[in-house]
Write a protein that binds this ligand. Sequence first.
Ligand code: ATP
Length: 250
Amino acid sequence: MTSEKVIEVKNLVKKFGSFVANDNLSFDVYRGEIFGFLGANGAGKTTALRILSGLSKPSSGDVRVAGLDIYRHAEKVKKHIGYMCQKFSLYEDLTVAENIMLYGGIYGLSKKIIENRASTLLESLNFTSYRKNIIGSLPLGMRQKLAFAVAILHDPDIVFLDEPTGGVDPITRRQFWEMIYKASSDGITVFVTTHYMDEAEYCDRVSIMSEGRIVAIDSPDELKKRYGASSVQDVFVKIARPSNYSPNNN
Ligand code: ATP
């Protein structure tokens, strides 16, 4: 991780009608950092992530991604980022090779570069023999690892991962995180939302959101010290609980 800021957010507000989904968020993320974006369901994580990836406009506030102003350069921002989420990643009715070609093309890479990167990618994942398999026929964990590799095919500055390991078994999740470490050491910033608190422990820093606000942001070790907790899970339970929480309705 370097001291170069690749995401700069100041006083970000996003409203849907009178409902405030992101309430005055301010934070920076650095090149190569693994940044965990945590919060209970409905805290406002996906809303912020969609703004940072140029898919939605803020109601107010300053947001720069890869040095670009999100209001003026949302389309350019998209060239500097990769995006994957649990619900949508690869096209299920296309083969592994067809998905790589398709996304490489969308990212503006030449056929030759895509073919070279595809071979390296498939070899590193041990997926070479699956290149002609339909995505829908592959196990979820394999699909998600492939989706991550495809999301960084164009060597972006930042990759946004929205619950990328939801429903994936622990061994595959661990392998997925090895891929995240490798991307980070190659200088790619990894911005990840997760509900798995063991994964939060793997991040350089985590931000914890509750009801649209960031209530804590720091390294896992600092947060544990500050809140006298033995794990990020304990910190999370202490501070991320919505104000209407009741053990009977959760
Ligand atoms: P989860 O962990 O469940 O994915 P989240 O932290 O990503 O939750 P968001 O999806 O950002 O939460 O939603 C935050 C709040 O904003 C929720 O109350 C949601 O209902 C509301 N919201 C999100 N998108 C819209 C929209 N397009 N119109 C109205 N309300 C919305």
